[in-house]
Design a binder for this molecule. Structure first.
Ligand SMILES: *[C@@H]1O[C@H](CO)[C@@H](O)[C@H](O)[C@H]1NC(C)=O
Ligand SMILES: *[C@@H]1O[C@H](CO)[C@@H](O)[C@H](O)[C@H]1NC(C)=O
Ligand SMILES: *[C@@H]1O[C@H](CO)[C@@H](O)[C@H](O)[C@H]1NC(C)=O
Length: 504
């Protein structure tokens, strides 16, 4: 409680000091015509759980704003002509760098939409943006039959290097052999889901006891098959933390889809369940997602606390080392456990447990330490999206996008045994502008490559490339059950792509 009062007071006082000089200087004014507005949320055919677009504020001289012109500078209205109510929830998120992220979630489908971006009542840029429909909401089951058309609509990149690399170990994929061998090799001890997608319907058979996490995969596959016709495929998803395929000789390799890859395994990586679910549940069940984080990046760089920060649980030995290091160097690192589960809690060594800190509060600190948990720490996408600089541990574990990240460009690397972590923090402190540049590049990477559209593209490309390797048909195996599309949508849509013969 005292801590909260103190930090509130700290922020409040700081706010006063910073705001005072602004009153005397002449503020540049946002210019409605010069301001730019762009993004996938202005296109009818980019169907996403939460659609989004951007506003870059430009002043009368044509210069970009680099700080917030005020949270409520813009008003965004989305109307469906001819509809008395539009069931659309809109949020205008201030990224406080002179740009805004507008996101909206639709609860019904419309024949067209008008997106109006207004500055003091005047239209901004080319507003109103007219989305000629049909404009479908996420729940509308209306798959685009042509993969080509969908990929083009979504502006998907032609390829993902990680997919090329993962599949390069599999010159071909034999669904019959996999259906026979994979449950035998992994089905007993592991949590596996055997999926078949056939005629764009999803079928599943689970292996192992702990298969609760299938809900993330089920939900994603249903969402994807509502949007696009997925090729017929048969594949196994590993619901556990660790990648499974440890063999190295190509003739016995089995393709397993996992949320985390490692240098010592041949699993095929997918975006993590955490990132996947946050895409599906943006403006829904989750509060931390790649968009919300952009509106909560804490104070500006210059005002961030210069202590390196970490919170988490004791899921790996290096995390114990990190907390010990922090206790020995309190002026450099604030690292503490919020939970003890894996190791015995020794308070003398690791200090008392501390209260859970809201993720958004991490960004009060300039340096964010990313250290492995059980496997890769799935917080990295969110850390990158903030405007702090990430210090990332070298690790054998990786997520689907790590291959595209470059040390010293998007993050500051440190050794897996933490032996150079203090040096790297010291370097960042002594090279503030370089560190800030790395922070901004990491953020730009996250803003460009880790949003919902990219996640949909990644999965689809993966399935498409994988399908090409199959030497025989995907089959609906014995004991597989259909994963049904939800039927409880309040506002059913009419899909223009479906034949009317179903409608009796
Ligand atoms: C202004 O912002 C836009 C959008 O982020 C960017 O593309 C452009 O390069 C910026 N212009 C300048 C001069 O920085
Ligand atoms: C920065 O954070 C550290 C560790 O949490 C704290 O001890 C220190 O007082 C903070 N510095 C300022 C200026 O608030
Ligand atoms: C894992 O592989 C990557 C890419 O080859 C490499 O940069 C990294 O150092 C390796 N890390 C470990 C701990 O094996």
């Amino acid at each position: 409680m005292l801590r909260e009062v103190l930090s509130w007071c700290f922020l409040f006082c700081l706010g006063l000091c910073v705001q005072a000089p602004l009153v005397v200087s002449v503020k540049p004014a946002p210019n409605a015509a010069l301001t730019s507005v762009w993004g996938p949320g202005l296109e009818a055919n980019v169907v996403l759980p939460a659609r989004f677009f951007f506003i870059q504020v430009v002043d009368n001289e044509g210069r970009n704003f680099t700080a917030s012109p005020g949270e409520n500078t813009f008003e965004v209205k989305i109307v469906a002509p001819g509809e008395p109510f539009s069931r659309i929830w809109i949020q205008v998120l201030d990224r406080r760098d002179g740009s805004f992220l507008v996101r909206y979630r639709m609860y019904a489908s419309y024949s067209s939409l008008h997106v109006e971006v207004l500055l003091k009542g005047a239209h901004v840029a080319k507003s109103p943006y007219i989305l000629k429909g049909p404009v479908y909401h996420d729940n509308c089951d209306c798959p685009e039959a042509s993969a080509e058309a969908w990929l083009k609509n979504m502006h998907c990149p032609p390829s993902f290097p990680q997919i090329q690399r993962d599949l390069s170990y599999f010159p071909s994929v034999d669904p019959d052999r996999n259906a026979r061998d994979i449950p035998r090799r992994f089905g007993q001890r592991q949590s596996l889901c055997h999926y078949t997608i056939k005629d764009n319907q999803v079928y599943i058979k689970t292996h192992g006891e702990h298969v609760g996490f299938r809900i993330f995969m089920d939900a994603f596959l249903l969402s994807l098959t509502r949007k696009v016709k997925v090729p017929d495929i048969e594949f196994f998803v590993n619901l556990g933390d660790w990648p499974l395929e440890k063999k190295r000789t190509p003739d016995v390799l089995h393709p397993i889809f996992s949320w985390c890859g490692s240098n010592d395994t041949r699993d095929i990586v997918m975006p993590t369940y955490d990132l996947t679910e946050s895409v599906l549940e943006t403006m829904g069940r989750v509060s931390l997602d790649m968009m919300s984080v952009q509106a909560n990046t804490g104070p500006p760089w210059e005002e961030k606390n210069g202590t390196a920060f970490w919170r988490g649980r004791d899921s790996r030995k290096e995390r114990l080392e990190l907390v010990k290091l922090g206790r020995a160097h309190t002026h450099l690192i604030d690292a503490a456990f919020t939970n003890f589960f894996f190791f015995e809690h020794n308070e003398n060594l690791y200090g008392p447990l501390v209260k859970h800190v809201s993720f958004f509060d991490f960004f009060k600190f300039k340096y964010q330490i990313n250290v492995d948990g059980t496997v890769a720490a799935y917080r990295l996408p969110y850390l990158l999206a903030g405007d702090s600089v990430v210090l990332k541990q070298d690790s054998p574990y990786y997520e689907h996008f790590y291959r595209d990240l470059r040390p010293w460009e998007h993050y500051i690397p440190f050794k897996s045994d933490l032996s150079d972590l203090l040096d790297q923090i010291q370097w960042a402190k002594e090279h503030d502008q370089e560190a800030k540049k790395i922070a901004m590049a990491g953020q730009q990477f996250a803003r460009t490559h880790l949003m919902g559209d990219s996640i949909f593209c990644y999965y689809f490309k993966l399935f498409q490339e994988y399908a090409k390797l199959q030497v025989s048909e995907a089959k609906i195996r014995e004991e597989m059950e259909l994963v049904e599309q939800p039927k409880d949508d309040l506002f059913p849509c009419f899909c223009h792509r479906k034949k009317v013969k179903d409608e009796l």
